[in-house]
Design a protein around this ligand. Structure first.
Ligand code: S3P
Length: 171
């Protein structure tokens, strides 16, 4: 099975880099947030507003499990590792790549992003996001087979680093 799973905090570039990798590797891209929105026919913000975070996390768990049955590049949402079952699934899956950035970089990118709506970040302060990152950091690191530092790197540089790694591990 050929799967590459991107994990990391909001703003780390999982979807953008996932799309590049999928193109390069000729694989489908499974963007978990987009799959949830499609299934529910509702934007993520509305799912959070009307049904709450716990409901969203269950949907997220289901689409992860489904996606892990296919050959694909999987771009997860930043909170994927909160769910204990997801965390343990990812720990036991190969090619899990953590896109790691400092809070300064991530905060900048989240605030600059005019396209994605993020219920847990859009009105959050630097301090709050930093706390959230700190509370998740260990899990991202423990679930990952490869950690890529994203600060001050272009999409191309990051994609190439990942492709180089995959060239060594994928037959
Ligand atoms: C979330 C991250 C979002 C999305 C939801 C919750 C989080 O995805 O799944 O808003 O808890 O970090 P991105 O990481 O793609 O922004």
């Amino acid at each position: 099975m050929k799967q590459i799973i991107l994990i990391g905090f909001m703003g780390s570039g999982k979807s953008t880099i996932g799309a590049r990798l999928a193109e390069e590797l000729n694989l489908d891209l499974k963007e978990l947030d987009a799959l949830i929105e499609k299934k529910q026919n509702l934007p993520i913000t509305e799912i959070f507003d009307t049904r709450g975070e716990a409901f969203f996390r269950e949907l997220e768990h289901n689409v992860l499990v489904e996606s892990l049955l296919c050959d694909a590049v999987i771009a997860t949402g930043g909170g994927i590792i909160i769910h204990n079952e997801n965390f343990s699934l990812l720990k036991h899956t190969n090619n899990v790549i953590y896109l790691r950035g400092t809070i300064e970089t991530l905060y900048e990118r989240i605030k600059r992003d005019q396209i994605n709506q993020r219920p847990l970040a859009d009105s959050a302060s630097f301090e709050l996001l930093n706390e959230r990152l700190i509370s998740r950091r260990k899990r991202y690191e423990q679930a990952a087979d490869l950690i890529i530092e994203i600060d001050n790197k272009s999409i191309e540089e990051i994609t190439n680093e990942i492709l180089k790694y995959l060239g060594e591990v994928i037959e």
